[in-house]
Every structure is written in structure tokens, then in C-alpha cells.
Design a binder for this molecule. Structure first.
Ligand SMILES: Cc1cc2nc3c(=O)[nH]c(=O)nc-3n(C[C@H](O)[C@H](O)[C@H](O)COP(=O)(O)OP(=O)(O)OC[C@H]3O[C@@H](n4cnc5c(N)ncnc54)[C@H](O)[C@@H]3O)c2cc1C
Length: 371
């Protein structure tokens, strides 16, 4: 490969945009293509919660990878905002997982003890103490699990910054250009045929989220990623109504810096349908009011819908294609694409730029079929 390799990144969601930025920053000549506009896929709907110890299952690779990625976040945001000259909404405000029944309280206090033993800062907060931390939480909650290291990021601001950062390093961004087929170029390199033209490059990265399965890869099976719809509300509220990221068994609330509150999220297997539904709106409003009764009559300021890319085992698919040697997959991030973005971008940079770089076995595409 030449000293400044040419790379085509397919898809400009948070994964493709951050990979493009990392690669361009490392000296590659990057072309970022998107079927729509960067950030218009699942990324636009995301709540941006950074919480490996809630979303990850105990002792699973997802939890370990989530923690590893969370540990990269401070430096990642600092570097990206300096590079792009963009402000990125980012707070490590802690999460409070609120028990609304005695049964949930028992489960969460046991989880708190397990996390402590594993060296994770986690604290069980008895019911009477909750108002000191979260004055508007359900008054009869028997307790809550506090994890101070958790936080959230403004996903749109992060993605806009990643695209701007990539451009600063010379990347070209091509909108309305959907990849149809990826194939090998005889003698080396990768060809990406799109509905707006065909490009050849040394390497390509497939970061097209839920739509990855629709792109034909020469000699490979379709990547087994399917869309899982998520709907999220933004409620108008006064600053301080919610302070931490609050979790209940049915969803979560994120305190936005302007005081409004994000309420997420549904998990629906409805194919490529990106429409919002009344049913979800009611469900989410009910859940929000159960956690914070003051939100019962809050105005819905925005409704967002996105399709989470889900692979067969809920883990991302990140690694080299066996069928097309110049192709690297970076897809299937399902419910944790924002949390896992720094780790994914770093791994993709290594896999693309260093032929000897090892992959992470748990994420290897080979586990999902002939890819
Ligand atoms: C409601 C909701 C809440 C969420 N909350 C969280 C959260 O709190 N924390 C967290 O970590 N994650 C969360 N997620 C998950 C997270 O949003 C996803 O994992 C992440 O956005 C996936 O990013 P992506 O770049 O892979 O996919 P996408 O954002 O979907 O981007 C894929 C891009 O590829 C483009 N594309 C599609 N087809 C083609 C093609 N043929 N050629 C070129 N481009 C193409 C699309 O236009 C799109 O821009 C949430 C998701 C939803 C829906």
C-alpha cells in the first residue's frame, strides 16, 4: 500500500464518521460516502448514553468492550473537538438505576455488591436518600444504583464534529451516494459501485449500519445485520428536573443541558420502517412519569426514530473480510454504537493501516458466516 492509502468509508453514521476522522487524521486519503446525509441513520435518534454497566450483560465481552471504550472517551472528545473546532455536548453525570419495586431493589442492590467486588465504583442509594441526588424521582422508590462514571454525549454534535474533523484532514464527503456492490480490483484494491458512481481505493470500510446487509460483497454472504427500530422523545422541562441519567426497567431519561429530557427508547422488530407511532409516544410518556412524576404533563418537543443495526449475537461485527481482502466491516453496533465508537474507530484505523494488526476475536466477521 502507498504511504497515503486511499480509503472509501461506506456510511456516515457515528461509526463511519469517526472511522473516517481517525483514518484521515492518520494520513489516509478518505472518501466518506452516504446514501443520505451523514448522521441521518440510527445516529440521529440516539440518546448517547455511555453506560456499559447497564447495557452490558454481566461479565460479557460487550461489557468489557464498553468499559474499554468509555475509558477512551475523555481523550477522544478532547482530541475531536480540538481537531474539528466544534463544541461537543458531553457529560459524565453518572447514572441512577431506580428500583420501583422491592424485587427490583433486591436485584439492584445485589448487582451493586457484585460491581464493587469487581472494582467498579457503584453505590446502593437507599430510598430516603434518593431525593438528595434526584429531587424529582418517584417518591416511593425503595432505592437506586448509582454509577458515577456513566455519562452521555450529544450524538449529533459528535458526528458533525467527526465529519468536520475528517474534512480538516482532507477527506471528501459524498452525500446521496448509496453503495450497491463492493468487489476486489484485480491486482489489489477495492471497487465500490454506488448509485452515483464507482470508486476504486486501496481499502474500504463498511459502516452502513442496518443497511449493510443490502450491499453485495463479491464472494461473501450478506452481512447478517437487521434493523431494530427505536423511538425516543425529547420533553420540554426546566433545568434540574432530572440530574443523572435515570434508568427504570422500561426505559431511561437523559438530562439535556438545556433542561429538556430525552426519553428512550422502544425496541421494535418492524423491518426498515422508520416512522413514529402514537403507541410508542404513550408508552414512553408513561414510563417517564413513573420515574419522574413531574414529567407527567410535559410537552413533547421532538420525536426521533432510528434503526439500530443488530447482528446475530448483539455484538458488533468489526474486522477484515475474508472474501474481499481490502474490505473491513464496522457494523452491527445495535444498542451501543455511541458507547463503542472510540474503540471501533481506533480498531478500524489499525486494521486498515497496519496489515499485521490483530483483530478482536469476539468481533471478528468470520463468526457470522462467509464474510
Ligand atoms: C432510539 C435509539 C436510542 C439509542 N441510544 C443509544 C445510547 O444511548 N447509547 C449508545 O451507545 N447507542 C444508542 N443507540 C444505538 C446507536 O444509535 C447505534 O448503535 C449507532 O447509531 C449505529 O451507528 P452506525 O453509524 O453504525 O449506523 P447509522 O447511524 O444507521 O449510520 C449508517 C449510515 O449509513 C448510511 N447508508 C445506508 N446504506 C448505505 C449505502 N448503501 N451506502 C452508503 N451509505 C449508506 C445511512 O444513510 C447512515 O447514515 C440508540 C439507537 C436508537 C435508535
Amino acid at each position: 500500500m502507498a504511504s497515503a492509502p486511499a480509503i472509501t468509508v461506506i456510511g456516515g453514521g457515528i461509526i463511519g464518521a469517526t472511522c473516517a476522522w481517525e483514518l484521515a487524521g492518520a494520513g489516509a486519503r478518505v472518501r466518506l460516502i452516504d446514501a443520505r446525509r451523514p448522521g441521518d441513520g440510527a445516529t440521529r435518534a440516539s440518546a448517547g448514553v455511555l453506560a456499559p454497566y447497564i447495557e452490558g450483560h454481566p461479565a460479557s465481552p460487550l461489557r468489557e468492550l464498553g468499559r474499554e471504550s468509555l475509558d477512551l472517551y475523555d481523550a477522544f472528545i478532547a482530541r475531536l473537538s480540538a481537531d474539528s473546532h466544534r463544541a461537543i455536548v458531553y457529560q459524565r453525570n453518572g447514572s441512577l438505576e431506580v428500583a420501583l419495586t422491592m424485587e427490583e431493589a433486591e436485584r439492584l442492590s445485589a448487582a451493586s455488591a457484585v460491581l464493587w467486588r469487581e472494582g467498579v465504583e457503584a453505590r446502593w442509594v437507599p430510598g430516603p436518600v434518593i431525593p438528595d441526588l434526584e429531587p424529582n424521582a418517584a417518591p416511593d422508590a425503595p432505592g437506586a444504583l448509582l454509577i458515577p462514571m456513566h455519562g452521555f454525549v450529544g450524538v449529533s454534535s459528535l458526528t458533525v464534529a467527526a465529519v468536520a474533523g475528517a474534512r480538516q484532514h482532507g477527506a471528501e464527503v459524498v452525500e446521496a451516494s448509496g453503495a450497491i456492490e463492493v468487489s476486489r480490483v484485480p491486482g489489489g484494491g477495492v471497487r465500490v459501485r454506488t448509485d452515483a458512481g464507482t470508486w476504486e481505493a486501496d481499502m474500504a470500510v463498511m459502516a452502513s449500519g442496518s443497511w449493510s446487509s443490502r450491499i453485495t460483497v463479491e464472494g461473501a454472504e450478506p452481512v447478517p445485520v437487521r434493523p431494530i427500530r427505536g423511538q425516543l422523545l425529547q420533553l420540554a422541562a426546566s433545568p434540574g428536573t432530572v440530574r443523572h441519567t435515570l434508568w427504570g426497567t422500561a426505559g431511561y431519561l437523559v438530562p439535556w443541558p438545556d433542561g429538556s429530557v430525552l426519553v428512550g427508547a422502544t425496541v421494535e422488530d418492524v423491518g426498515f420502517d422508520e416512522s413514529a407511532t402514537e403507541e410508542a409516544r404513550h408508552e414512553l410518556l408513561e414510563m417517564a412519569a413513573a420515574l419522574v412524576p413531574a414529567l407527567k404533563h410535559a410537552t413533547v418537543a421532538d420525536v426521533r426514530v432510528g434503526l439500530r443495526p443488530r447482528g446475530p449475537d448483539d455484538l458488533p461485527i468489526v474486522g477484515r473480510s475474508a472474501a474481499v481482502p481490502g474490505l473491513v466491516y464496522a457494523t452491527g453496533h445495535y444498542r451501543n454504537g455511541v458507547l463503542l465508537a472510540p474503540l471501533t474507530a481506533q480498531l478500524v484505523r489499525r486494521l486498515v493501516l497496519d496489515p499485521a494488526a490483530p483483530t478482536i476475536a469476539a468481533l471478528d466477521p468470520g463468526r457470522c458466516g462467509r464474510l
